[in-house]
Design a protein around this ligand. Structure first.
Ligand code: UD1
Ligand code: MG
Length: 449
């Protein structure tokens, strides 16, 4: 990790037109968090002296997402060079390296940033160091013109001729600039180009014109995808997911079909966890050692302890906690509920705002009625209790340890420890009445035809 001083300027003010979205581009998510937060986390870990995020007027949601990082407002979106000009005030008094990053290029790793910073200091230092890459499809990336080992200029796609477009080395947008020359160079940037914008990339030719040294370093293509459209967002998501799955498997997780498992940036999976195909881990989910996650399950904000078995087709919503060795079966939905060690909730059940004590058994079709349209209420099921199938538990409600609830009961009153509660109509059985009924109905039908 580099210890030298650098300030990061993250450009996020662009209109993101190609996303066709009402949401700022940089708030579109990857692995469950906004793309700009991926980049901020990576940069933050390198210990920058300052971080400035350039936003457009009205981008309050972006400012909130990046807080406590400082934002500066670029009043009009006149290009990436203009955006860095907007950050100048926030850089006042700073003399180290200014690292410019584009918020729409969020997969960049800390190791690659460090290489750029190191390259900017090598060989007596460079005024500008640009990170290049060779994408499979160069698309609309700008091209880096290198000659004699030095970077001569950057040609934007819209301004490029056929010969330029044959160059495979593209501009990732990552640029380390010597802070002592930045101001002077920015003043020279004009907007006389195909887009009529102030391009940051013009700094290179300007620096060379002043006899300053510029260099290019090459980085891995899968870290440098720029996200400008929904298709590029999906391509970046695929890269992030591949990395998260690889990390989980390297940590001892078995994934039967990794490509069908979707992970969040913060998902933690313990050792010897098995994940069956088609599972969605939304943000805030952790799974303890030895647990089994069966197919087609969906999680958000859930914690699953060691050796638990969850699914298939389970849905754990925020605040679901599944204890050690507990079992959650098919078509079970759980929210703000603590299912303690060894308890079983195996079929067709909704539990909300509930505690299920250790080793309790919740029968098929049990529903906690936790909401009356105005407020939520709690249900407490004691340790070792047995809830018969198709019970309706009307909260607030306490069912004692070891209590038994008869199948089909609608339970409105608390049940003490070890009591049996039956809350349903008594059965009436009428011998022979079925045969009589059948005869009457048949006769009525025959009379009609
Ligand atoms: C840019 C680069 C291009 C490079 C590519 C890599 C320029 C002129 N072009 O093109 O060389 O190959 O990225 O992905 O720099 N932004 C602002 N204010 C503005 C305009 C843009 O803050 O006025 C921000 C955007 O939010 C975005 C970033 O700058 O995060 C890049 O802008 P974008 O419009 O995506 O540029 P590209 O066309 O991708
Ligand atoms: Mg872009």
């Amino acid at each position: 990790m580099s210890t030298d001083r650098f300030a990061a300027v993250i450009l996020a003010a662009g209109k993101g037109t190609r996303m066709e979205s009402d949401r700022p581009k940089v708030l579109h998510g990857l692995a469950g968090r906004p793309m700009i937060n991926h980049l901020l986390a990576t940069v933050g870990a390198l210990g920058p002296e300052r971080v400035l995020v350039v936003v457009a007027p009205g981008m309050d949601a972006v400012a909130q997402a990046v807080a406590p990082a400082r934002t500066v407002v670029q009043k009009e979106q006149l290009g990436t060079g203009h955006a860095v000009m907007a950050a100048r005030e926030g850089l006042a008094g700073f003399e180290g390296t200014v690292l410019v990053l584009y918020a729409d290029t969020p997969l960049l790793s800390g190791g690659t940033i460090t290489r750029v910073l190191e390259a900017s200091r090598a060989g007596g230092g460079a005024a500008i160091t640009v990170l290049g890459f060779r994408p499979g499809e160069p698309n609309e990336y700008a091209r880096l013109i290198v000659s004699g080992g030095e970077l001569e200029r950057i040609v934007e796609f819209k301004d490029a001729g056929d010969a330029d477009l044959r160059i495979e080395l593209c501009n990732s947008g990552v640029m380390a600039i010597d802070g002592s020359v930045l101001d002077g160079l920015l003043r020279g940037v004009g907007a006389g180009n195909a887009k009529g914008e102030y391009y940051l990339t013009d700094l290179v030719a300007l620096a060379r014109g002043r006899g300053l040294r510029c260099v290019a370093v090459e980085g891995p293509a899968d870290e440098l995808l720029g996200i400008n459209s929904r298709a590029e967002l999906a391509a970046a998501e695929a890269v992030v997911q591949r990395g998260l799955r690889a990390r989980a498997m390297a940590g001892g997780v078995t994934m039967i079909d990794p490509d069908s498992v979707w992970l969040s940036y913060d998902t933690t999976l313990g050792r010897d966890v098995t994940v069956e195909p088609n599972v969605y881990f939304g943000p805030g989910t952790s799974v303890g050692d030895g647990a089994t996650i069966r197919a087609f399950s969906h999680f958000e904000g859930a914690s699953i302890a060691a050796d638990a078995i969850v699914g298939p087709f389970a849905r754990l919503r925020p605040g679901a906690r599944v204890g050690t060795g507990a079992k959650i079966g098919n078509f079970v939905e759980i929210k703000q509920t603590d299912v303690q060690a060894g308890a079983k909730v195996n079929h067709l059940t909704y539990l909300g705002d509930t505690v299920v004590g250790a080793k309790a058994n919740v029968g098929a079709g049990t529903i906690t009625c936790n909401y009356d349209g105005y407020t939520k209420a709690q249900t407490h099921i004691g340790a070792g209790a047995f809830i018969g199938s198709n019970a309706t538990l009307i909260a607030p409600l306490r069912i004692g340890d070891g209590a038994y609830i008869a199948a089909g009961s609608t339970v409105t009153d608390d049940v003490p420890d070890d009591a049996l509660a039956l809350a349903r109509e008594r059965q009436v059985t009428k011998p022979g009445r079925a045969a009589k009924l059948r005869a009457r109905l048949q006769a009525a039908k025959a009379a009609k035809t």
